[in-house]
Design a protein around this ligand. Structure first.
Ligand code: G1P
Length: 316
């Protein structure tokens, strides 16, 4: 359930607020091979929940109850995770905590799926959502990153999109040497009437994975978007870009040059990036350390381990 009520100015403008989300999750996850040969990277566990569940929970927490998963070959187990399991539920009748944890996965949101038959880029994947979302604005949540639930980002993005009717992004600051991994934007101050929502900026240009020399700033696109329905037409008109792929960044930049307003919220909360082994490990450790049930024991062990010979800690 959203903690944010409807925004009067958006209502006055008659603009709908996004109520659906799309999670592109068809990728091959070559960075995690061979673990991801048979298991989708979105199902790698962070403590006792798969990454994808944290992402669906983030959407649900923002009031989004309709989620389209864009899947690919060999990845249908992602959908099973959110399906009912009456046989398992029956066996867990005497274990209420586990039963509740299993049922929770079924009740978070209505999950729909569609297939991206070949992986031609993020823009190409999002294009497959057109018949599900139609003309309405919708959120996109990338399947390998999520934010800390106590520092939410999506509610403010949904609010901002309802007010502007345009494209809404989120940025985080990166080391200038790392621009080649992200979409990077140039910005200017946002209109005064939008700044009550948060640290809002107006985007004046976007480029996908620039070298540090080409990068217009160190503001990187975070894997959360709220997009108007006209993005689909822009995707159709977008040629392959960085890496030979049809990039969502390029489609959004096309809309911007044609007059669609593009704004972003600069996110200064905690972002977990599970897309690469190091970020995945950092995510597992941080979330485990904060868990109420096992955090204190884990932190104690971790501190001892880091200071022990076994960790190599004394050599560095
Ligand atoms: C994608 C986007 C990129 C964005 C990044 C965030 O890249 O294309 O603009 O900055 O996600 O994680 P990918 O990680 O799919 O290469």
């Amino acid at each position: 359930m959203s903690e944010h009520s409807a925004n009067p100015s958006a209502a006055a403008a008659g603009r709908p607020r996004a109520v659906k989300a799309v999670i592109p999750a068809a990728g091959l996850a070559t960075r995690f091979l061979p673990a991801t040969k048979a298991v989708p990277k979105e199902l790698l566990p962070v403590v006792d929940r798969p990454v994808l569940q944290y992402i669906v929970e983030e959407a649900a927490q923002a009031g989004i109850g309709d989620i389209l998963l864009i899947t690919g070959r060999g990845k249908t187990s992602m959908v099973d995770h959110f399906d009912r399991r009456p046989d398992l539920e029956e066996r867990l009748a005497e274990k209420p905590d586990l039963l509740a944890a299993v049922k929770r996965t079924e009740e978070l949101a209505a999950i729909y799926t569609c297939r991206q038959p070949e992986q031609l880029g993020l823009g190409h994947a999002v294009g497959y959502a057109e018949s599900h979302v139609g003309d309405e604005p919708f959120a996109v949540l990338l399947g390998d990153e999520f934010v800390k639930p106590s520092e939410p980002l999506l509610p403010a993005m949904l609010e901002l999109q309802a007010r502007t009717g345009g494209v809404v992004l989120a940025f985080f600051e990166v080391d200038p040497a790392e621009t080649k991994r992200y979409g990077i934007a140039s910005v200017e101050p946002a209109e005064a009437e939008l700044t009550d929502i948060g640290e809002v900026v107006k985007v004046t240009g976007m480029v996908e994975k620039p070298t540090p020399e080409e990068a217009p700033s160190n503001l990187a696109v975070l894997g959360r978007y709220v997009l108007p329905g006209r993005i689909f037409d822009a995707i159709r008109r977008t040629q392959p870009g960085s890496g030979g792929e049809i990039q969502l960044t390029d489609a959004m930049e096309l809309l911007r040059t044609e007059g669609t307003p593009v704004h972003a919220i600069v996110y200064r909360g905690t972002r977990y990036d599970t897309g690469m082994p190091l970020g995945y490990l950092q995510t597992v450790v941080q979330i485990a350390a904060e868990r109420e049930d096992l955090g204190s024991e884990f932190r104690k062990w971790l501190a001892e381990f880091v200071n022990s010979d076994a960790s190599g800690g004394r050599d560095t």
